[in-house]
Write a protein that binds this ligand. Structure first.
Ligand code: ADE
Length: 233
């Protein structure tokens, strides 16, 4: 979302690409620049062209991941954003998680092997030194296209053994895997899925504070990556 991306654009002193590498008319926005020894691109899926709200969810996430990976050939994708957390699995508001695995919870296809295809389990690029140095929490991430959690979603999330829930991670993972780009998932807990507050209300209440925590964590992750090769992460 814009609220998540803009503080990082400022922090890394990135500029908007006014001659986009993307097809004409799409709302996707690329900010780019150098920070320390790194070339950084922040890709924001932009506002929905019809309704004007942030483009969230798996469709825009997979499209921008595909288009920007082809155009920019990144060494690493960092999918950063907010997520719902499960207190029963140890998540609290403003916790920062690095996902170990990602999977979908709303693609139910009860036919042998298609069931596994629907779940789409993928592992994040392993970063043991990053986790240890920054003292990040690690957990499994489950992705679906709804902010709320239906009983069927909940059963799949339990079966995915997930601690956090978002609307993009597994879609990014699918594309990153297709294009063989290493990907990591940095998620800040903004609402407690198994808590007593309505998700939308809790999300909006915590948005500014948790976005600040996310941006701080992403800066620390980028600072750690700077000067290291992938195998040292
Ligand atoms: N992003 C932030 N909170 C979320 C939730 N509860 N479900 C899905 N995506 C989210």
């Amino acid at each position: 979302m814009q609220t998540e991306a803009h503080p990082l654009v400022n922090k890394f002193q990135l500029k908007e690409d006014l001659n986009p590498v993307f097809p004409m008319g799409v709302p996707w926005v690329r900010y780019f620049g150098t920070y320390k020894d790194l070339n950084i691109n922040i890709i924001w899926p932009g506002k929905d062209t019809i309704l004007g709200v942030d483009s969230v969810g798996t469709i825009s996430a997979s499209l921008v991941t595909y288009a920007s990976s082809l155009a920019l050939q990144p060494d690493l994708i960092i999918n950063a954003g907010t997520a719902g957390g499960f207190k029963a699995k140890g998540a609290s508001i403003a916790d920062i998680f690095l996902a170990s695995d990602v999977a979908f919870h709303d693609r139910r296809i009860p036919i042998p092997v298609f069931d596994l295809y629907g779940v789409g389990l993928r592992q994040a690029f392993p970063t043991p030194n990053l986790v240890k140095t920054l003292n990040l929490k690690v957990g499994k991430l489950s992705t679906g296209d709804s902010l709320d959690t239906s009983p069927k979603d909940e059963a799949s999330i339990v079966s995915n053994d997930a601690t956090i829930k978002d609307m993009e991670g597994a879609a990014v993972a699918y594309v990153a895997d297709l294009l063989k780009v290493p990907a990591i998932y940095v998620k800040a807990v903004i609402d407690i899925v198994d808590g007593d507050k309505p998700t939308g209300v809790e999300f909006l209440q915590n948005l500014l504070a948790v976005t600040a925590a996310l941006d701080q964590a992403v800066t620390e992750v980028v600072d750690f990556i700077n000067g290291r090769c992938l195998s040292e992460l």
